[in-house]
Design a binder for this molecule. Structure first.
Ligand code: 5AD
Ligand code: SF4
Length: 477
């Protein structure tokens, strides 16, 4: 990003690629930097949850900088502290309650400090959050970020400030996000979700589905390419139902056009819904080399009975047909998924179907979750959360064990093969090693060779060793 040395520096606490596509509440702090003026005070933002939230934090930064706010990477130095939150599972919210407890000391030392809760948890709890957490001065839902400057001003007068209005139109299309410098950028192409999976709080926290116009997305992709980004991930809760109503560009067409902007730039996407993923998209992915051969396709359960109860609008058989179509057209494509274990009324037979589906599909990776009842969702209203927690736990371990063996086998089968790896930076373990990703989204760690390479370069790497978690390589000629 642009840095202006004479001005203070923006530090938005943000997350790295280790935050999973699926909404895991992993928090990894890194800095975003941009020019800013600090006229109105300093803001500190912490982001939790899915990549969509991380992308939203970049929009929040842009709104605040535009209004003359500065920021800091030091919470104790801030005039305003924002937590951009996730509500997908109860433990995501518990983390925020804990964090708010920790912030009490800062508020005591500086009573003028404004503490705000943004994002999905703010939207879910609305003003009840003010009652539960007395130190919260401001709440803003995912469609309310343009009003943050006014909300801060209101909170500074000592009033509780809230905007949890959900919009039918807001896509923040005209706001250029403040991104941290790097190899890889995220771009929200749509917001909200209309699917109403019975377990899921997202339709209530992020509202109705709406797509950002294709022309503004393609302009931004061009700008990102000019700025030197090497990889872009298109984000949405259900990217397959992307539709620019004015130009009738659908997701397959958007991917096609995105791939032409810079044929050397990798394009990824997440998340897909099995009922909407189209043959047209897979054909476009097969045709265009820079569309990455990796699909995250959440299945949630292997049992059609449970899928119906989850209101997923697909059966096990439909899902497996889609997988067969993908495998026949894109044999090299890697797959990952999300699984919820212990959903209401899940039996041992249902669970066995999930295990058998894992064996049948052979995903590279699965994100596995214990069902967490979310207040006011259809499942919470209509079905008892009746699988005992020790049973949920045991089923989760069985799922993890089966998947680990499959990941391990897939990884071992890659030993001896050579892949084009986009270097993202130093490996976490050693500055002597690079960490990068293959087209199929597999992480590879390899020693820095004598010849100079740098983050952002694509190099050929031969896989020499593999475990279920890591691929170790060496640079090939
Ligand atoms: N309990 C557990 N996991 C959930 N997910 C969504 N809602 C819940 C819930 N109530 C999981 C799904 C989804 C991922 C983002 O989070 O697997 O795909
Ligand atoms: Fe939630 Fe289902 Fe929408 Fe995904 S598709 S965000 S699981 S309602």
């Amino acid at each position: 990003m642009q840095e202006t040395p004479t001005l203070p520096i923006l530090n938005i606490i943000s997350g790295s690629r280790e935050v999973a596509a699926d909404g895991q509440e992993t928090f990894v702090a890194t800095s975003t930097r941009a020019a800013e003026t600090n006229r109105k005070g300093k803001v500190y933002v912490e982001t939790y949850g899915c990549q969509m939230n991380f992308s939203d934090t970049e929009i929040i930064s842009s709104v605040l900088i535009g209004e003359g706010y500065g920021t800091t990477d030091n919470a104790s130095d801030a005039d305003v502290i924002f937590l951009n939150t996730c509500a997908i599972r109860d433990n995501a919210e518990q983390r925020i309650h804990l964090r708010l407890q920790q912030l009490k000391g800062l508020k005591r030392r500086n009573p003028k400090l404004v503490i705000g809760v943004l994002g999905c948890m703010a939207e879910r709890m609305k003003s009840a959050l003010f009652e539960k957490e007395k130190i919260v001065d401001l709440i803003a839902g995912p469609d309310a970020y343009r009003s943050l400057p006014q909300l801060i001003e209101l909170a500074e007068t000592g009033q509780k400030a809230a905007n949890v209005f959900l919009s039918l139109e807001e896509t923040y299309a005209d706001i250029t996000p403040v991104r941290r410098e790097g190899v890889s950028a995220f771009l929200s192409i749509m917001r909200g979700c209309d699917n109403m999976c019975s377990f899921c709080v997202v339709p209530f926290t992020r509202g109705r589905e709406r797509s950002r116009p294709a022309s503004s997305l393609l302009d931004e992709i061009k700008r990102l390419s000019d700025e030197g980004f090497k990889e872009i991930t298109l984000l949405g809760q259900n990217v397959n139902s992307y539709l620019d109503e004015t130009s009738t560009v659908n997701f397959a067409e958007l991917m096609y056009r995105a791939s032409l902007v810079n044929p050397k730039m990798r394009i990824r996407f997440t998340t897909s819904h099995p009922k909407d993923i189209s043959e047209e998209l897979i054909d476009v992915m097969a045709e265009r080399p820079n569309l990455c051969k990796f699909i995250h396709l959440p299945v949630q359960s292997g049992s059609s009975r449970i899928l119906a109860k989850m209101n997923r609008n697909h059966t096990r058989e439909h899902y497996l047909e889609k997988i067969a179509m993908i495998k026949s057209k894109l044999p090299e494509c890697a797959l990952s998924t999300d699984i919820i274990t212990g959903f209401c009324s899940e039996t041992e037979a249902d669970h066995a179907e999930t295990l058998s589906l894992l064996r049948e599909v052979r995903y590279d990776y699965a994100f596995t979750f214990i069902y967490s009842e979310r207040p006011n969702t259809p499942a919470a209203k209509h079905f008892p959360d009746d699988v005992p927690s020790d049973v949920k736990q045991r089923r989760l371990s069985e799922i993890v064990a089966v998947q680990r063996r499959i990941s391990d086998e897939i990884h071992r089968s890659l030993v001896g093969k050579v892949f084009e790896v986009l270097i993202e930076g130093n490996s976490k373990r050693s500055a002597e090693m690079w960490m990068g990703r293959t087209d199929e989204n597999r992480v590879v760690v390899f020693p820095k060779a004598a010849q100079s390479a740098q983050a952002g370069d694509v190099v050929r790497v031969e896989i020499v060793e593999a475990t279920s978690a890591t691929l170790l390589g060496k640079q090939a000629l």
